[in-house]
Design a protein around this ligand. Structure first.
Ligand SMILES: Nc1ncnc2c1ncn2[C@@H]1O[C@H](COP(=O)(O)OP(=O)(O)O)[C@@H](O)[C@H]1O
Ligand SMILES: [Mg+2]
Length: 319
């Protein structure tokens, strides 16, 4: 698992709200700690990174949010514009095609094209060199040691990863086929690209993660690096001794009533949450033979760079 930091591209995938963006940012902070430069590419125009780092929206441009931590927000429209400008090479045609809104039915008609173009943007970032050059034949050090893709929620994340093959099947030949093939090669390259599954230790997210892992294995030729179980309720007692002491005071506290009883009930609730989470994690670990990391639920909801750094210590198995 330590190979994750040696990879070039990591797709962070999972159900909406499980913490993909938080884990992407946490990973970026962890990479920065190792002295490496990463960029988090948010898909579909999301701007969660900027919010986490208290930065204004980054848009379709690279911004440094913390030392060695960068972000870009990839919108399919801007990526398409960039792609067409490069493919068609001259503006006039672009004006004709794009401004005429001819492109929209075209895009909608060709299944997966907009996904392919977003995936193509990821490949561009992987290609980017310090000297500013792009493209497959670039020379010199890479601009980004790791490209972290904060993927759209499950369904769209899957279609993003499946888009190169879909387009290859559709086109068979031509520049778009060549392009899709290059992207497909990057995705399938175990030495460069991985998927990181993110989930919560809850019934539904665990079931969906199992489905997602099965779908990835069945439909996408890509490495799955591991599973991050996010938002795990912390252990209430550090030691068996403390747990045993709680058992002793429990009855006394409940009998005392008032605040003492309320505290006991709070503690009991936390113990139950933790026990339930452990059951879900057990199920997941039983079904998936992959490296796991457990990231705790922080009490505070407005996470910042400091909180992300502390969460990063739970990804130590990456390094
Ligand atoms: N480990 C954590 N501790 C506390 N809050 C968290 C944690 N992980 C995520 N959150 C919060 O949960 C919400 C959803 O996280 P987010 O990363 O935006 O999910 P996703 O990108 O998968 O939709 C956010 O409000 C985020 O701040
Ligand atoms: Mg998100």
């Amino acid at each position: 698992m330590k190979e994750l930091l040696d990879k070039r591209v990591v797709f962070v995938v999972g159900k909406g709200g499980v913490g993909k963006s938080v884990i992407s940012a946490t990973l970026a902070m962890r990479v920065a700690k190792a002295g490496m430069r990463s960029i988090v590419a948010e898909m579909n125009g999301a701007e969660t990174m900027a919010a986490l780092f208290d930065h204004e929206p980054v848009g379709y441009e690279t911004h440094e949010l913390a030392p060695r931590v960068h972000a870009i927000s990839v919108t399919p429209n801007r990526a398409t514009e960039e792609y067409l400008l490069r493919m068609l090479r001259f503006r006039l045609l672009y004006e004709l095609v794009f401004r005429n809104r001819y492109i929209e039915p075209f895009m909608n008609g060709v299944l997966g094209l907009s996904d392919l173009i977003s995936a193509g943007k990821v490949m561009d970032l992987e290609w980017e060199r310090v000297n500013g050059s792009h493209g497959p034949s670039g020379k010199g050090p890479h601009q980004w040691d790791l490209v972290i893709v904060d993927s759209p929620a499950t369904g769209h994340g899957l279609s993003l990863l499946r888009s190169p093959k879909a387009i290859m099947d559709l086109t068979r030949i031509g520049p778009m086929h060549t392009n899709a093939k290059q992207i497909q090669e990057l995705l399938a390259d175990r030495s460069r690209t991985s998927v990181l599954l993110v989930t919560l230790a809850e019934e539904m997210p665990v079931s969906e993660t199992l489905e997602l892992a099965a779908d990835l294995r069945k439909h996408v030729d890509i490495d799955i690096a591991g599973v991050v179980v996010n938002g795990v309720p912390p252990k209430l007692f550090a030691s068996e001794e403390a747990a045993a002491q709680f058992d002793e005071v429990r009855a006394v506290g409940l009998a005392a009533g008032g605040q003492a009883a309320a505290a006991v009930r709070d503690a009991e609730r936390l113990l139950r949450d933790r026990a339930r989470a452990e059951e879900h994690i057990k199920r997941l670990r039983g079904e998936l033979d992959l490296p796991f990391a457990e990231v705790p639920m922080l009490a505070r909801r407005d996470l910042d760079a400091e909180a992300l750094t502390s969460l990063g210590t739970h990804l130590e198995w990456l390094a």
